[in-house]
Design a binder for this molecule. Sequence first.
Ligand code: SAM
Ligand code: SF4
Ligand code: SF4
Length: 363
Amino acid sequence: MTQTLHRAGGSQHVLRLPSTGMPVDLLGRRLTDLRISVTDRCNFRCVYCMPREIFGRDYAFLPRDELLTFEEIERVVRAGMRLGVHKVRLTGGEPLLRKGIEELVGMLAALRTPSGDPLDIALTTNGSALAVKAEALKAAGLNRVTVSVDSLDDETFRRMNDVGFPLERVLHGLDAAHEAGLGPIKINMVVKRGQNDDDVLAMAEHFRGTGYVLRFIEFMDVGTTNGWKLDEVVPSREIVERIAAVHPIEPVAPTAPGETAARWRYLDGEGEIGVISSVTQPFCSSCNRARLSTEGQLYTCLFADHGTDLRALLRGGADDDSLTDAIAGVWSARDDRYSELRSSATPDIRSRRKKIEMSYIGG
Ligand code: SAM
Ligand code: SF4
Ligand code: SF4
C-alpha cells in the first residue's frame, strides 16, 4: 500500500503504509499524539519532578551524542504521521534549553500529513526563557505553548522550582508568548497538598478573563524519585468545588477525543479552566499518546517501565518503512492503562515498578 507524504515547498515522498494501516492498540485506541522530550536537562528542580537531592550537581545527564538529533526526531515524526500522528508536543526536561530548538520546530512545521495538513505543534515550558525565545519560535512555526506556573506567590513559586527562580520572569515570558501569538496559551499548575494548594483560588482569579486556560494537575507518581504520596494529591473534585464556591462554573463537553483535561467554564463568560485528574479520574480509555524520550526510546505510557529503542533502528540504517512498521508494531501491542490500575496496585507494587523519570520520558 503506498501513500504520498507532501512536504511544504512542493517536494513529495511516496511512502508505503504498513500492511496494518492506521494501527489500533489492544484497547481500541488510535495513535494521534506524539510527545517528544528534546532534553533531559532543566534549569529548575521542581520538587515534584526533579528533586535536588537526586538531580544534584553530580547527576549524570545524557551526553550529547546519546540525544536524538533533529534529523532523527523528524524521521520518527514522519513515520508517526503515516500512522495517524497529527499533533506533536515538544517537552523535556526544559525544551527551551535544547540548542537550536527553533530549527527543529521549523523542520516539523514543514511536514504535511498524508491528507496534506500541517502538524499541530505545541511546546510545554517552564517559561524561564520564553521572553527571549517566543518570537523566534512563532516565526519557526510553533503553534502554541503551555507554561507551567505553580503559584502567584513569589516565595511559594521559588520554593517549588527550588532554584529560587523569580515568578516575575515567567510572567514576562507569558506576556512575550501572548504578544508573539503563541496561543491559545495554557497554564499548568501542579497542585501539591501543603505546598501550593492555598493558591488555587488566587490562580483562578488571576487568569480568569485573560483568555489563558488554567489547568490544575493532580500530583502524579511519575518516575520513582519524587516521593509521591497519595495524601499529597489534591483531588480535582476539591479544586472544582473551591472555585465553584466563589465563581460558578459548569462542565464543557470535550472538543477532541483523548483530551487529558476535563473542561469547566465560568457561567459569567470569563473563560475556562481544566482539571487533569490522572489519579482520581483516570482517562486511559481515550489515551492516544506515544512518547519519544530524549535518547529515542518509544514509550506508550507516561508510567512505562520499558520502551522500544528507535535510536538503534535509526542509527542501524533502518529505512522509513521499517521505522514505520516498528512503531505500528509497538502501538498494536499496547495495553497500557496504568492510572486505571494504580488504585488497585498495592504501594509495594507501585514502588517496585521501575518507572521512567518525567524529565526523561517527557511530561
Ligand atoms: N519543563 C517544562 C515544564 O515544566 O513545563 C516541560 C516538562 S514538565 C516535565 C511537563 C509538565 O509536567 C509540567 O507542566 C509539569 O508541571 C508537569 N509535571 C512534572 N512532574 C509532575 C508530577 N509529578 N505530577 C504532575 N505533573 C507533573
Ligand atoms: Fe524542569 Fe519542568 Fe520538571 Fe520543573 S516540571 S523540574 S521545569 S522539567
Ligand atoms: Fe495514558 Fe498511561 Fe496516562 Fe493511562 S496512565 S492516560 S495509558 S499515559
